[in-house]
Design a protein around this ligand. Structure first.
Ligand SMILES: Cc1ncc(COP(=O)(O)O)c(C=O)c1O
Length: 396
């Protein structure tokens, strides 16, 4: 090969997987089509109109009237860092949970933003107890309280959100909610529940490729951001600068990920067409059939019904099998992605997503059939036929 020849690679042919893991989920064909439409400039009047539409559609999905509602360029962690990095000022006290992987990430980001981190404790696999949150608020008097609405690492939905936000507001703390795995799939009401700042991801229940991630801030939260004494440590995610692009002015800050914004618009249009409440109901119904199937074959859910998270089903790994081997076998034999546990639950649970376009009857029949087959072939004590029968009954 001459020096100037480029590396030789084949045409891109990723395997055709069924995505039932913790995200990304299967993308709706309309969203994929939207991504392949021609680019316009990020300041083109046509794009400015698209930006307005995306903002309006995001408000609908978040259930908010917040003017400050935007897609942040980057993955869910970018929206998370934008939320925390702007709202937390050096010297602030930030109260975060210990009950999962993403609470830990929240703590790490808050520390990097110059905050002093204090914790409200709960075991992995359980939600926060409102009394424990009230005690922690009284003890630490934090400036900011962050929690994870849908903990992807444990399959736990945080119930009693209005109780938590009311307690935080009694102490004049702003509330940041991680809604990455709840937006568009699980009941979420930013305004009614008194959440000051919410961030999310597009690749879970919105079934959109990662790359532009939802964020919303109340006027009060934005007031704090705009009156900071010290500038935000990240230039890229500084909302006082991004205001120039997403606010009235529409002037250049950075080049928006145009195709991702197209994709998000289409994904959010699908949400609006279905109706947000009907969509929450669909996730609960379809994930309920998945849950019936795994329980029917003899497996156990990790979370009790009170805080079961339909978009992420944590299923106990049965005796005699190794979770990683089961996931690898599902990928190999069925082109099916599910995930194993993380952190404190490593080796103990499977994480089976039921998100957005993946939350369909055919997908849950498939995952219950494939999981039962693989577990039985590996010697686990399961009854695959009873599992499939239970899923079919639940779908009727
Ligand atoms: C609850 C939660 N928060 C934050 C993130 C970070 O999102 P991303 O991986 O898109 O950066 C994830 C991703 O899985 C998540 O599940």
């Amino acid at each position: 090969m001459a020096d100037t020849d480029g590396p030789t690679t084949g045409e891109l042919t990723p395997p055709d997987r069924t995505l039932m893991g913790p995200g990304p989920s299967d993308v709706h064909p309309r969203v994929l089509r939207a991504m392949s439409t021609p680019l316009v400039g990020h300041l083109d009047p046509a794009f400015v109109e698209i930006m307005d539409e995306v903002q309006e559609l995001l408000r609908y999905a978040f259930r908010t009237e917040n003017e400050w509602t935007i897609p942040v360029s980057g993955t869910g962690s970018a929206a998370m860092e934008a939320a925390i990095g702007n709202v937390v000022e050096p010297g602030d006290t930030v109260l975060v949970p210990t009950n999962g992987y993403f609470g830990g990430r929240m703590a790490s980001m808050a520390r990097r933003a110059g905050g002093g981190v204090v914790e409200v404790e709960a075991p992995w696999g359980e939600p926060l107890d409102p009394d424990a949150v009230a005690d922690a608020l009284a003890t630490h008097d934090p400036d900011v309280f962050g929690f994870i609405h849908a903990e992807t690492s444990t399959g736990v939905r945080q119930p009693a959100v209005p109780e938590l936000t009311a307690a935080a507001h009694d102490h004049d703390a702003l509330v940041i909610a991680d809604c990455v795995t709840s937006i568009g799939g699980v009941e979420l009401r930013v305004d009614d529940w008194g959440i000051d700042v919410a961030y999310a991801g597009p690749q879970k229940c919105l079934s959109c490729p990662p790359g532009a991630s939802p964020l919303t801030l109340s006027d009060e939260a934005m007031e704090k951001v705009l009156s900071r004494e010290e500038e935000v440590r990240s230039w890229y995610l500084d909302l006082s600068l991004l205001e120039g692009y997403w606010g009235e002015e529409r002037s250049y800050h950075h080049t928006a990920p145009v195709s991702n914004v197209y994709a998000l618009r289409e994904a959010l249009r699908l949400v609006a067409e279905e109706g947000i409440e009907a969509r929450w109901e669909r996730h609960e119904r379809i994930a309920g059939a998945l849950k019936a199937g795994v329980e029917g074959m003899g497996l156990e859910m990790n979370a009790p019904d009170d805080y079961w998270l339909p978009s992420l089903n944590a299923v106990r790994v049965p005796d005699g099998v190794e979770d990683g081997e089961v996931c690898a076998e599902l990928l190999d034999r069925y082109d099916l992605e599910i995930a194993s546990g993380l952190g404190d639950l490593e080796g103990e649970i499977f994480r089976i997503g039921c998100m957005g376009h993946s939350a369909r009857p055919e997908n849950v029949i498939y995952v219950v059939t494939a999981l039962g087959d693989v577990l039985e072939s590996m010697g686990a004590d399961v009854d695959p036929d009873a599992g499939v029968a239970a899923t079919r009954r639940a779908l009727r």
